[in-house]
Write a protein that binds this ligand. Structure first.
Ligand SMILES: [Fe+2]
Ligand SMILES: [Fe+2]
Ligand SMILES: [Fe+2]
Ligand SMILES: [Fe+2]
Length: 394
C-alpha cells in the first residue's frame, strides 16, 4: 500500500515552522510559503515532477537543523562557523530521504550567494538551492502573507538592491510573485496553494528502508533538548524489536516505526527552557509539557487522508492510559488499539531508561519494576508489559 510522503513532509515542515516562528519571529507557515513559491518557480521553468517534489520538499525542510543550530540562523552571519554547520547538518539529516529528483545539496547550499559571500564561499552551487535561498529571504524580510499588490515594485527593488542573487533568479522570482500569488500565499489560502503546486510523492509502505528514510524526523525532534537526544530513536529501535517479536509484516513494522518517530513532534512547540529545566517540574510546567501530546494530535491531523491514519492514531495516543488517567483526551482501554498501547508502553520504558534531570538512567530490571507497577494499577497493558520484559531484556 502506498502513502503520500509529501503530506508527511508538509506536516513535519509545519512543526519546523512553529520552531522558526517562536525562535526567529519568522512568519506563520513560512516553510509552506517558500515551498509554494519554489514550486511555482520550478513549474515556470518546466521542471519535471521528480525535481519539483525534491525542490518543494527541500524548501519545506530548509531549516530542519534549527533544533541543533538555531543560533546561526538567529545571528544571520554567513561567516559564523555555526551557519555552515546549520547547512551541513540540515543536509545530512535528510540525506536518507531518497528524493525522486536528480538534484542534490539544496539544503547544503541554501545560504550561498552569487557574490561568493555564503558560508561555503561558492558561486557554482545548484540553481535550485538559489531558488530556495531567494524565496526564503524574501519571505523572512517581507512576511509575504501580509503584503498587498501595491508593494510588489518595492519588493522587486529590495531583491535587486539588497540581495546577492543571480539576475535570472531575481527575474524568475518576480515572474511568479504577482497579485494572484500574493493572494495564494495568505494564511487562509496557503494549504490549498501547496496542495495545488506540489505534485504527489507516493511511497510504498512496504519499502524495507522506510525506518531509515523517516528516521530524520525523530532525530530533529530529539535534538530539541539534550535530555531527549536519543528518545525517539530509542523508541524506534525498540518498536522494531517488538514488531519482530510479534511477527509483524513489513508495512505494519514500518508504520509503527514512523509513529515512534513522530510521537513527540508536539514537543517542537514546547519552549526549550521547560524541556531543558534541570530539576523537578512545577505543576504548571508539567501542564505545559503535557500540551505536547495535544500538539502532536493537532499536527498529525494532516495525515488523516494520505494512507497514514493509523500512524496518526498511534502517535496521538501515546500518553493515554487504559484507566482514563492519561492525556490529552483521557481515553480508556476501549478506545486504545494494540499499537497505541504498545507505543505508550515503549514511551515509558524508554523514558525511564534515559537519564533525566530528575532521575538517573535505569537498567532493564528497574525499568520493568516501574512498568509492572503501572500495569497493576491499570494504566498500561499487562500483557504487553510482559512481552516487553521478554523481548527487551536480553
Ligand atoms: Fe537556513
Ligand atoms: Fe527560513
Ligand atoms: Fe510524549
Ligand atoms: Fe516520548
Amino acid at each position: 500500500m502506498n502513502f503520500r510522503m509529501d503530506k508527511l513532509i508538509i506536516v513535519f515542515g509545519e512543526a519546523l515552522d512553529i520552531v522558526e516562528q517562536g525562535l526567529l519571529g519568522a512568519s506563520t507557515h513560512h516553510g509552506k510559503r517558500i515551498a509554494a513559491l519554489c514550486a511555482a518557480m520550478g513549474r515556470k521553468i518546466g521542471m519535471d515532477e521528480g525535481k519539483l517534489i525534491t525542490l518543494a520538499c527541500c524548501a519545506l525542510l530548509h531549516d530542519n537543523a534549527l533544533t541543533e543550530y538555531i543560533m546561526a540562523e538567529q545571528k544571520g552571519d554567513s561567516h559564523d562557523p555555526a551557519m555552515k554547520l546549520h547547512c551541513e547538518y540540515g543536509q545530512r539529516n535528510i540525506e536518507s530521504l531518497e528524493f525522486p529528483g536528480d538534484i542534490k545539496n539544496l539544503i547544503l547550499y541554501h545560504h550561498e550567494r552569487a557574490d561568493g559571500s555564503g558560508p561555503y564561499g561558492k558561486t557554482d552551487y545548484p540553481f535550485e538551492a538559489e531558488i530556495i535561498g531567494i524565496a526564503d529571504e524574501v519571505d523572512v524580510n517581507w512576511h509575504l502573507q501580509r503584503r498587498s499588490p501595491e508593494e510588489l515594485p518595492q519588493i522587486a527593488d529590495f531583491i535587486r538592491d539588497s540581495f546577492r542573487f543571480f539576475p535570472e533568479t531575481q527575474a524568475l522570482l518576480m515572474s511568479v510573485l504577482d497579485k494572484d500569488m500574493l493572494r495564494a500565499l495568505k494564511d487562509d489560502e496557503i494549504d490549498k496553494t501547496v496542495e495545488k503546486l506540489i505534485p504527489p510523492w507516493e511511497m510504498d509502505s512496504a519499502n524495507p528502508r522506510l525506518p531509515e528514510i523517516t528516521g530524520f524526523i525523530g532525530h530533529v525532534i530529539d535534538y530539541k533538548s539534550v535530555f531527549t537526544k536519543l528518545h525517539s530513536a530509542g523508541i524506534v529501535e525498540k518498536a522494531l524489536i517488538m514488531a519482530e517479536y510479534y511477527g509483524y509484516g513489513i508495512p505494519e513494522r514500518n508504520l509503527l516505526s514512523l509513529a515512534a518517530n513522530l510521537h513527540d513532534i508536539g514537543k517542537l512547540a514546547v519552549p526549550a527552557e521547560i524541556l531543558e529545566k534541570p530539576g523537578r517540574l512545577t505543576r504548571e510546567e508539567f501542564r505545559q509539557i503535557a500540551v505536547h501530546a495535544q500538539k502532536t494530535a493537532d499536527l498529525l491531523t494532516g495525515l488523516t487522508d494520505c494512507g497514514l491514519n493509523e500512524v496518526r492514531v498511534w502517535a496521538s495516543n501515546h500518553h493515554e492510559k487504559l484507566d482514563g488517567s492519561g492525556y490529552p483526551l483521557g481515553k480508556t482501554g476501549d478506545d486504545l488499539d494494540f499499537n497505541s498501547r504498545l507505543l505508550a508502553c515503549l514511551d515509558i520504558y524508554q523514558a525511564v531508561r534515559e537519564e533525566r534531570p530528575y532521575h538517573p538512567a535505569r537498567n532493564h530490571g528497574d525499568t520493568m519494576k516501574t512498568l509492572y507497577g503501572m500495569a497493576e494499577q491499570g494504566g498500561i497493558d499487562g500483557g504487553i508489559t510482559e512481552d516487553l520484559n521478554k523481548a527487551l531484556g536480553s
